[in-house]
Design a protein around this ligand. Sequence first.
Ligand code: FES
Length: 281
Amino acid sequence: MYKILEKREIAMRNTWYKIHAPHVAKKVEPGQFVIVRAFKNGERIPLTPVMWNPQEGWVVLIVFTRGRTTMRMAFELREGDEILNIAGPLGNPAPMEKFGKILAIGAYTGIVEVFPIAKAWQELGNDVTTLNVTFEPMVVLKDELEKVVGRHMVEPVPIDPNLDFPANMKNVTKRLTEKVREMLEKEDFDLVFMVGPTGDQKAVFEVVKEFGLPMSVDLHPIMVDGTGMCGACRVTVGGEIKFACVDGPEFDAYQVNWDELIARSGYYTDLEMRAMQEYMK
Ligand code: FES
């Protein structure tokens, strides 16, 4: 069992959990993830350790409330409660190399996953700029990133109450692509890295491609077991079938079959929404 040592809401729909998980804290490397099963008979959700301490045996997970399980976690779990199980660390660590000048982008809570990688790249001697584009009340890790990377930029997008959610999300995509274009026009980067919704990753990739820069992405297809057995996280990369959980999660953006991935990612959106609404009744 994994005791919750700290729990607090750090931004709209974003909850910080500091959890006692010594086996994860001892082994995890930037870029890896864990699969959390919070409740008996509950679903398994992939989450990324943001910070960890191997001596004290804890990890921090920042969980975005987007479905029934994450909502149950936010509403039902308290400090001192225990999480049923945490499997991992899983997936491959991010490549730790001297790339030079890096632009690491987190759309929405993608910045949570960018954090440990960007920090490690900066410590290795890279010059890392992080960029977080998200809705204004959802900004997280601003102070923390300012301390660990060369430069951290936040582009908060106000939520327009007159627009529906998809229209508001389009505003984020617009700001994201405009900002990336503006930065690439002004500065020379050696690598662009991005974590965020698949549609936004593709939109940013289209901009980066125009500048001919290398780009890598952490992909988030639907995952179940996280160990290469179920096939749920299948993606086509370089014309070959890969499993994001064991072959990734990081891939070369130029090799990803984006249209297939976007189509597959939408399979369960309605079900997820319905499950969340059922829970709220
Ligand atoms: Fe099952 Fe990757 S999550 S194969």
